[in-house]
Design a protein around this ligand. Structure first.
Ligand code: GLA
Length: 371
């Protein structure tokens, strides 16, 4: 790839715990993965961004003078969205050739879209001579996802993709948008990521619906308690005022309040090397996402249950938005092979889908290399 000037990467992510609370101002606990999107880039002296892919025959050209017009591209819409967000924020967008190489499986719930948006924003910033912090890059990438891809997402994916650190998960405070790294040492255990391979359906609309439900819960509770976000509602306040919420909105809010506590407990457990407690919290998180937040579905439930039943597994849950995508499991290293075989078989028998198991490590966020 010598003819390109820079190689920029950004990571896919797993969320260890803290699901569907980033957009409620909660603290979440994600980590960047070695599965990533790589952008090879060089300026081309024109007003056009020429996109190509290592894994696709397609070539797409984007005019930087009308970046609004590419929302419906089959391939290239995330890159166009990244350029659009950068330009809208007043940064320079320069014509260039970009080769994209994505190893984050699409639709897996491991944030391939965030990896693409973050790496593309970072790459365009480098050749445009713009000095932008990783936090700001994450915020721009989030704007691309919201304004261009139409998902009213929180900040977790883009932030983890940009700021990840090898060997560490991060406790990300989504209210202040700041983070603290926590070494992710699992001792005799490993983190196994399994894709249920069920095609995502209606993820965007169901996701946006959950957001609306949490916003309704917040507006209701704000009439009696002075909170600026749902994650600030304490368990005691919820016990006292939760009954003001009707039907599903009550259950959504209960998930948010409980999941916030689980994140705190998980980080404390991690800091004292108590992997067994972390495992129990993963199981409790999955149960809450299934019963209260209703974002799991038959396949993710079958996968998590098969994992939870295996002797070598101390905890398993869905990760990401849900409705498909991946589970993560904490598995004793010397039982990992048997775990993978047994869970794959049981899952296929129950659902008819074959799952995929990924070998990924916890890795760095954005990297920039001059070629
Ligand atoms: C998606 C969104 C994130 C977050 C998760 C659920 O990945 O992009 O912002 O809300 O779902 O935790």
């Amino acid at each position: 790839m010598r003819e390109y000037e820079y190689k920029i990467t950004a990571a896919g992510r797993v969320n260890v715990i803290g699901e569907h609370i980033d957009y409620c101002g909660g603290k979440v606990f994600p980590a960047a993965l070695s599965l990533k999107n790589t952008v090879y880039i060089r300026p081309n002296g024109t007003d056009k961004i020429n996109l190509s892919w290592t894994t696709l025959p397609d070539k797409v050209t984007i005019d930087i003078n009308c970046l609004d017009g590419y929302k419906n591209l089959k391939y290239g819409n995330y890159q166009a969205g990244a350029a659009w967000a950068l330009q809208k924020a007043g940064y320079k967008v320069t014509g260039c050739d970009m080769l994209q190489d994505c190893t984050v499986p699409f639709g897996s719930g491991l944030s391939s879209s965030a990896a693409i948006e973050v790496s593309t924003v970072a790459a365009l910033a480098v050749i445009g001579g713009e000095k932008i912090s990783n936090k700001e890059i994450a915020l721009l990438a989030q704007r691309a996802e919201r304004g261009y891809a139409g998902v009213n997402c929180g900040i977790m994916d883009q932030y983890a993709s940009a700021n990840g650190k090898k060997g560490c998960a991060m406790l990300l405070d989504c209210k202040s948008v700041t983070h603290e790294y926590v070494p992710f040492g699992l001792g005799d255990y490993s983190l196994v990521i399994i894709n249920c391979n069920k095609p995502h359906n209606l993820v965007e609309s169901k996701y946006n619906e959950r957001r609306e439900e949490t916003e309704l819960a917040l507006r209701t509770l704000q009439t009696v308690i002075p909170v600026s976000c749902l994650a600030d509602v304490t368990e005691e306040q919820f016990a006292e005022y939760g009954r003001m919420l009707e039907g599903k909105v009550y259950f959504r809010c209960k998930h948010v309040v409980d999941e916030c506590s689980r994140v705190n407990m998980a980080v404390q457990a991690m800091k004292r090397g108590d992997v067994l407690t972390l495992g129990k919290l993963l199981n409790a998180s999955h149960k809450s996402l299934r019963e209260l937040y209703e974002v799991t579905g038959k396949e993710l439930d079958a996968l998590a249950e098969a994992a939870q039943r295996h002797w070598a597994c101390i905890g398993s849950r869905m990760t990401g938005a849900g409705f498909g995508g991946c589970t993560i499991s904490l598995v004793k290293k010397d039982g990992a092979d048997d775990f993978k075989r047994a869970v794959s078989e049981e899952y296929a028998r129950k659902t008819g889908y074959c799952c995929s198991i990924y070998d990924a490590e916890i890795s760095d966020g954005i990297t920039v290399t001059e070629l």
